[in-house]
Design a protein around this ligand. Sequence first.
Ligand code: ADP
Ligand code: MG
Length: 316
Amino acid sequence: MTNRDGALPGDPYAICDNLVKIYKVADLEVVALQGLDLVVNRGEFMAIIGNSGSGKSSLLNILGGLDSPSAGSCIVGGMDLVKASESDLVFYKRYKVGFIWQQSARNLIPYLTAFENVQAPMLFANILGQSRKKRAEQLLEAVGLQDRMHHKLAQLSGGQQQRVAIAIALANDPDLLLADEPTGEVDNETAAQIYDALRKLNRERGLTIVIVSHDRNIAQRVDRVVAIRDGRTSTETVRRVGAEEADQTTHDEFVIVDDTGRLQIPEEYLEQLGISERAIVEVEDGRVVIKPSNGDARPGSDDSPANRGLFRRRAG
Ligand code: ADP
Ligand code: MG
């Protein structure tokens, strides 16, 4: 299977390199992303998880061409979003990428029917009447809403509205779908319906999907999960090949090591071993072993800046 532009599924599609995002609010600087690396492959159904404030939305806005990073690069489908002209970005946002927000109201026009809502983005793209209507029908069918097409949004449940939002995001046939906490405001059963619709679109259309969420259970739903902590990627969980047929899904979890050799040690391990300011790193029998330094194993160890060594744990 090759894609429209001849690329193969599995090729790197979005490449974020050393992304930094700093927001300036009055005299304050908030560092949302601090050197984040991420590769999303073409045709992948993946999720980015992290606590509130870890930088998920900042990352998604950059991937969607809605915001630009303070430093670093972000290339999607061969387009360098940082260097792109204003008109290239308009083209990118209109035809290459679709966005779904947590609050379905942000995706939808309330006084129009589902059918009319899905046609709205196509009007901007000058898609003519008959093909526009046909395409809106097909998209609503693809998300399982063929019998709700002519309902106004207020007559639809939260999950149905989010599925209309998915159809809208796909109206102009993008290659990439970005979803920011798409199930944040719905119950579990509704969330399952939304994930099923996304999975189907991923399989049948080869759509590349990136979901951001604070919900760790999303790992059961997608092929790969990348965790971000403090604006950097920290661990990666990959669904094992063939696991789909098994009764229980198995996952392999990896810690991400960046270009300069930095990695994040899971917080619970740091706590278990009493590692806070620095650690000893040694090679033993072909393994890298990380041990608490003596100073750290003792409670109340010296916190002076001069004592901060190899692996510093960020405060907070
Ligand atoms: P998440 O989506 O994981 O909750 P965000 O990317 O929204 O994280 O936010 C990361 C950090 O950046 C937070 O500390 C947040 O307060 C800050 N932040 C996000 N957007 C803005 C903004 N527009 N102005 C100032 N600070 C922001
Ligand atoms: Mg967010």
